[in-house]
Design a protein around this ligand. Structure first.
Ligand SMILES: NC(=O)c1ccc[n+]([C@@H]2O[C@H](COP(=O)([O-])OP(=O)(O)OC[C@H]3O[C@@H](n4cnc5c(N)ncnc54)[C@H](OP(=O)(O)O)[C@@H]3O)[C@@H](O)[C@H]2O)c1
Length: 259
């Protein structure tokens, strides 16, 4: 892995993370791929080796498990240099908070927040002294509004966006790029896994993974603090600023109840 830049992608076993891995491989990166489903990661690794001669280190890990998370952080801090970190692993849930299993709610905090903080710390602690590197944290438009029906998920993504913007400013003159990517509804396994009913959503509300990932990588290259891909998502991102918070959360609740 010495000659080519190395990108570590969490959540590379499906959806946006897999697409990040594919696009980074296609642009000459070797990879470290992280998720729980080893088989998916291995299949991706052999496909990318055949397509682009990509060298891929498969690093299966449950990022909700502190010991496995620590192994990934150690790989970033003490292993061969990682040039790009994409924190993409994440999941949500849907329903009234008190009716959902609490383990799923705390699990979102573990994966969407704690793991992202630990891995961002590992990455910046080596990238900033090196004065080079790229950190892309996958957030969501859900982070722009309180989310009745996905209270924990929306709160985790509000954290990710705020946290990443702050890091962007902290390292602004270090040569390290830091970006938060805030997609809206994107066709992946996410909604099925979260139990979100999406049949009522109009087709214009949906994006495909390809353009979302392309926008995120372009924003990272230009060191934009926040990237909101797509017109509909941009409207979602600015609308909370147009009215009082009480109205914003009421409208969010009405929209969710119609899904
Ligand atoms: N799709 C959307 O509409 C949408 C919109 C906005 C933001 N996002 C964000 O985009 C990111 C990727 O989601 P996606 O849409 O690509 O959904 P996805 O297809 O369900 O992928 C989620 C990825 O996260 C990994 N993951 C989940 N829990 C994990 C754990 N405990 N340890 C390690 N890896 C774990 C999964 O891998 P394993 O199951 O193999 O562990 C999988 O690779 C998430 O952060 C999500 O919040 C998605």
């Amino acid at each position: 892995m010495a000659d080519r830049p190395v990108a570590l992608v969490t959540g590379a076993s499906s959806g946006l993370g897999e697409r990040f891995a594919r696009d980074l491989a296609a642009t000459g990166h070797d990879l470290v791929v992280v998720a729980r489903h080893r088989h998916n990661l291995e299949r991706l690794a052999s496909e990318l080796a055949a397509a682009h001669s990509t060298v891929t280190e498969v690093l299966p890990a449950d990022l909700a498990d502190p010991r496995e998370l620590a192994l990934v952080a150690t790989r970033i801090r003490d292993g061969d240099p990682v040039d790009v970190l994409v924190n993409c692993a994440g999941f949500g849930s849907y329903g009234r908070f008190q009716d959902l299993p609490v383990e799923g709610e705390t699990g979102q905090v573990d994966v969407n927040v704690t793991a992202l903080v630990v891995l961002s710390h590992a990455a910046l602690s080596v990238m900033v002294p090196r004065r080079s590197g790229r950190l892309l944290n996958v957030s969501s438009t859900a982070g722009f509004v309180p989310g009745p029906g996905s209270a924990t998920y929306s709160a985790t993504k509000a954290f990710v966006t705020s946290f990443t913007e702050a890091l962007h400013e902290e390292v602004a003159r270090s040569g390290v790029h830091v970006t938060a990517l805030c997609p809206g509804f994107t066709r992946t396994n996410f909604q099925a896994r979260a139990g979100v009913e999406t049949r009522a959503l109009p087709s214009f509300a949906w994006a495909e993974a390809g353009p979302v990932v392309a926008a995120g990588l372009a924003a990272l290259e230009h060191n934009h603090a926040v990237c909101v891909p797509g017109f509909v998502n941009k409207v979602v991102a600015v609308s909370p600023r147009l009215g009082p918070r009480s109205l914003v959360r009421r409208v969010a609740g009405l929209v969710v109840n119609r899904l």
